[in-house]
Design a binder for this molecule. Structure first.
Ligand code: GUN
Length: 355
């Protein structure tokens, strides 16, 4: 009983405090751009904070930002595992091979790869239907363009991005089928100066409403300077361009991250392939500008309702590519396999998908 009175040695944590810490599920996130990007990574970071709050002392989260899609990524993943993380989210497409390599050596760690397509026993893939947000933004663009020419600053040429470009244009053409579109590729996810240059060249080419698939608000800021319109993507970017901003197509990763943590804590984590959208509360078009006509706002609300109740799908035929080839016949809805393989531009888009 004398032991009780002894003060604890300062360096040694009391067993009572150490035990729960050891039980905590350690969860880590790897990001391709800075958390301050205002878009893609910012939004993953918001979700990380949301689950940290929700699960309290059951989990301990951490993140590493600005990790390139190179061997650096594999090193970071292995380091995260070495630090005791048992659930790791890798949140950029180009991490795919590095996730596969690290996961093969670390069977006791669960990996979640955003937007990839390669699964393994300990690798699940997940994505958000960003093309639904692009389509909703397209409706607004179609109602606001005066030059009848919209534009997209595109990032990395993968099906997801090509699908988003097309979906934006399909939305615009649902308002006016004569609308044309231009695309400039920057071949990176996060490159504000390049994003801005690409936006400038679109504007110089007659584009007056822009969308982007890059991570920063650079396109919006350029639109603001040049007196044209643009959208926020992934995060709410309204604050970056009060005059140019027409709406933000926002991803909420929180519902999915909550589900994964819940499953992991319950010992029920499984590899899978999840693709949530407007219906599941993962995607929305928010902060539609006051200057957008009520008719366009109503059209957005109707499309959103249709996506929620399943009565509407963005990729419903007839859809024709920009070479005049029918890609979906009248009334046919593109299934997931079709959507994941889109490698053409729809009618009205100038140029060709980079080979
Ligand atoms: N990495 C950074 N941004 C993105 C994005 O929009 N999509 C994918 N797949 N990866 C990203």
């Amino acid at each position: 009983c004398g032991k009780k009175e002894e003060p604890a040695a300062p360096a040694a944590p009391a067993p009572a405090a150490a035990a729960p810490a050891a039980d905590k599920l350690k969860v880590s996130f790897m990001y391709v751009s800075p958390i301050g990007d205002g878009g893609w990574t910012f939004q993953h970071e918001l979700a990380r904070k949301a689950i940290a709050q929700k699960f309290g002392d059951k989990i301990e989260t951490s993140m590493v930002e600005s990790v390139p899609e190179s061997a650096d990524a594999e090193r970071v993943l292995r380091d995260m595992a070495g630090q005791g993380n048992k659930l790791i989210f890798a949140t950029s497409f180009g991490y795919q091979e590095f996730v596969q390599k690290a996961a093969a050596d670390l069977p006791n760690v669960k990996f979640e790869h955003a937007t990839g397509y390669k699964q393994a026993d300990n690798v699940a893939v997940y994505d958000t239907k960003t093309f639904e947000g692009a389509y909703l933004a397209g409706i607004v663009a179609g109602s606001m363009t005066k030059t009848k020419t919209v534009g997209v600053v595109a990032s990395v040429p993968i099906p997801e991005v090509v699908r988003n470009i097309n979906s934006f244009v399909l939305g615009a053409q649902s308002v006016d089928p004569s609308i044309q579109a231009k695309v400039v590729w920057v071949n990176e996810w996060f490159a504000p100066p390049k994003e801005s240059e690409a936006a400038t060249s679109l504007i110089n080419g007659g584009v007056d409403v822009m969308y982007q698939n890059t991570n920063s608000p650079a396109v919006l800021k350029t639109a603001e300077e040049r007196g044209v319109y643009a959208f926020g993507k992934d995060g709410d970017m309204s604050a970056f361009a009060p005059k140019a901003h027409l709406g933000s197509a926002v991803i909420d990763w929180t519902p999915y991250y909550s589900k994964v943590v819940e499953d992991t804590l319950a010992g029920k984590w499984q590899s899978g392939n999840f693709w949530w959208g407007v219906k599941e509360g993962a995607m929305d078009l928010v902060k539609i500008a006051d200057q957008v006509p009520q008719e366009a706002k109503d059209k957005v609300a109707k499309a959103k309702q249709g996506l929620k109740d399943g009565s509407f799908a963005v990729w419903t035929g007839p859809i024709v590519d920009n070479k005049g080839q029918e890609v979906l016949a009248s009334g046919v809805v593109g299934d997931d396999a079709f959507l994941r393989g889109i490698n053409f531009y729809v009618k009205g888009i100038e140029g060709a998908v980079p080979g």
